[in-house]
Write a protein that binds this ligand. Structure first.
Ligand SMILES: Nc1ncnc2c1ncn2[C@@H]1O[C@H](COP(=O)(O)OP(=O)(O)OP(=O)(O)O)[C@@H](O)[C@H]1O
Ligand SMILES: [Mg+2]
Length: 266
């Protein structure tokens, strides 16, 4: 049984935008899957449909063999705590400490009143501190989150996701706001911790070179449709052209046909 199985997943937003046109995909334990595709292809929508941050219109999302679409609040909380999420904009609570931000990863395991009062177990505090040491931020534990650099904030984001003890991490453009040096550190951290802890990852990226460096499998999306699913080696330059330049080709073909029609009538 796959860790995650997606069947004929469709999403039409309230304004009629068809963002996903029937995606099938599987994620096995331990895989590091990178999703690529041009802006507006549906990568974020896909990721958000996996943990129901966006409600899918139809299809199936089976997590550990169990259907997640239509799950009630309690079951959704249990599903979501096993799917850590990492965002382009980090999504930290800026005015509280780095440690508290990582502890927020434990909220899905606590009663809401304990969470609201910040009554974390001592073992959770120890584990959060250990995770911050692991991502190289052992010295920054008591700083406010907004005192850190972007790359450091994203490493807090990774530690928070790990604190959930997830089976799967969903990362939406985790390095899009970072300089190249910080991007390397963040991608290395994400990749290595997933590998060491046996966590699968689905990561949206714009940079094809980074995708090829880390992915065990790459999925290419174009206009809400999966157009590639294979290994980094199978992602040839022609295939990259297909994923990114279909738009341009469609315009070119359209322009060519208009041009030849004009010739015919001349
Ligand atoms: N809340 C929304 N309401 C209506 N349309 C939306 C909404 N969110 C996204 N869309 C549309 O759905 C399509 C897919 O968007 P999505 O954000 O999933 O693409 P993406 O591949 O993540 O793009 P990017 O690379 O720019 O982040 C786009 O046409 C977008 O405009
Ligand atoms: Mg996106």
């Amino acid at each position: 049984m796959a860790l995650l199985q997606v069947e004929n997943l469709k999403k039409v937003y309230a304004d009629g935008t068809a963002a996903l046109n029937g995606i099938d995909m599987k994620v096995e334990a331990g895989e590091f899957i990178v999703v690529i595709g041009p802006s507006g292809a549906g990568k974020s929508t896909l990721l958000r449909c996996l943990n129901q941050m966006v409600q899918p219109s139809s299809g199936k999302v089976l997590f550990q063999g169990v259907e997640t679409i239509g799950a009630g609040n309690r079951r959704l909380q249990r599903i979501r705590r096993e799917m850590g999420m990492i965002f382009q904009g980090f999504n930290l609570v800026e005015r509280v400490s780095v440690l508290t931000n990582v502890l927020h990863g434990r909220l899905g395991y606590m009663s809401s009143w304990r969470g609201a009062l910040g009554l974390y177990a001592k073992s959770d505090v120890r584990e959060a501190t250990r995770l911050l040491e692991r991502v190289g931020l052992g010295e920054q534990v008591h700083k406010r989150a907004d005192e850190l650099s972007g790359g450091q904030q994203q490493r807090v984001g990774i530690a928070r996701a790990l604190a959930q003890k997830p089976k799967l991490i969903l990362a939406d453009e985790p390095i899009a706001s970072l300089d190249p040096a910080s991007s390397d550190i963040v991608m290395n951290s994400l990749y290595n911790f997933c590998k060491e802890d046996g966590i699968a990852c689905v990561c949206n990226l714009h940079q094809v070179d980074v995708a090829k460096k880390y992915a065990t499998r790459i999925i290419g999306i174009y206009k809400g449709t999966k157009v590639f699913d294979g290994t980094p080696e199978q992602l040839t330059d022609d295939m990259i052209d297909l994923i990114y330049n279909q738009n341009k080709k469609a315009h070119a073909t359209h322009a060519d046909s208009i041009h030849s029609k004009q010739k015919e009538t001349a």
